[in-house]
Design a protein. Structure first.
Length: 298
């Protein structure tokens, strides 16, 4: 029985993946394959390399507290700590400023800032050196195909998977333009199955489509269409998972990386809630396999 885990994208929400990993490790649930998209690729890639949940938690907190990470500028998108209604006003102004920058430039945050943070985490370690087979999922804008990256430097693979369109520059070579895989594969369940997983656990932040409210501009309409398309694609990917772990993290803004411990704990809570089902499903499959072998012998 080969167990794979797919870590979904979700920016800061992805820190909850750390709590999921901690619980699975403590429960001695074996992980044979790991795939990830965006922040899921970063978290999954680091765990695949070291296979140590404690090290993952400590090193993630160290990187998030570093000046290199703070220089990336995620506070451009975040919510202010000011009380209402001032918080809403500041958030509105930041949002419009970000939109304006995205209309004038191909990206908002320079890629070398992300590169530096990933270099601190991964150095020049290769995917072939991971203790658990790993793949990152990206999207090729030229062919419109998902790309499963299973070789080369880990930091290059996760960089391609985490290049949020319009936020970070895309990764370009002679034949591909790679961006964040979340556009078509926020939940990389197909990738982990392709690696050979018989049983797939998915750590996901997918939620029901929210009410869009009044769609007052053409830009808002296009954003809503994109949201609906992503939701449909991700719903199909979820069908390929045997167990879905869904940390409750909605109250944290996607760009707020300051609530690490809170997000990790939400991941732990969700994983602990799903643990009985994981064990039940695995035990059932094991019994069916033993029964099948006995029938063949007879």
């Amino acid at each position: 029985m080969k167990i794979g885990i797919a870590f979904g994208g979700g920016s800061s929400h992805g820190l909850a993946h750390i709590g999921v990993i901690e619980v699975l490790e403590e429960a001695k649930i074996p992980i044979h394959f790991i795939t990830g998209t965006s922040i899921g690729a970063i978290i999954g890639g680091y765990y695949a390399l070291h296979k140590d949940a404690n090290k993952l938690r400590e090193d993630a907190k160290e990187v998030l507290a570093s000046q290199e990470f703070k220089n990336m500028g995620f506070d451009l998108f975040g919510d202010s700590e000011l009380p209402k209604p001032f918080r809403d006003i500041v958030h509105f102004m930041k949002e419009k400023y970000a939109y304006a920058k995205s209309l004038l430039k191909p990206y908002i945050i320079k890629g070398d800032k992300l590169d530096l943070a990933l270099e601190i985490l991964f150095g020049d370690a290769l995917i072939s050196e991971t203790k658990i087979p790993f793949a990152a999922v990206s999207l090729d804008l030229i062919k419109g195909e998902d790309v499963i990256i299973k070789e080369g430097r880990i930091r290059d693979a996760v960089r391609a998977s985490a290049s949020i369109p319009g936020v970070f520059p895309a990764i370009e070579d002679s034949s591909k333009i790679l961006v964040d895989g979340g556009s078509t594969s926020t939940l990389p369940t197909c990738a982990v199955k392709a690696m050979g997983a018989d049983f797939v656990i998915c750590s996901s932040f997918m939620k029901e489509l929210r009410d869009p409210g009044e769609l007052q501009t053409a830009f808002n309409v296009h954003l809503r269409v994109d949201e609906v398309v992503k939701h449909r694609l991700n719903s199909l990917n979820l069908l390929k998972a045997d167990v879905i772990i869904s940390p409750k993290v909605d109250e944290v803004h996607w760009s707020d990386f300051s609530k690490t411990d809170f997000l990790i704990e939400r991941g732990r809570e969700a994983a602990l809630k799903s643990l009985p089902r994981i064990r039940k499903e695995l035990n059932l499959i094991s019994r069916l396999k033993r029964w099948s072998k006995q029938k063949i012998v007879k």
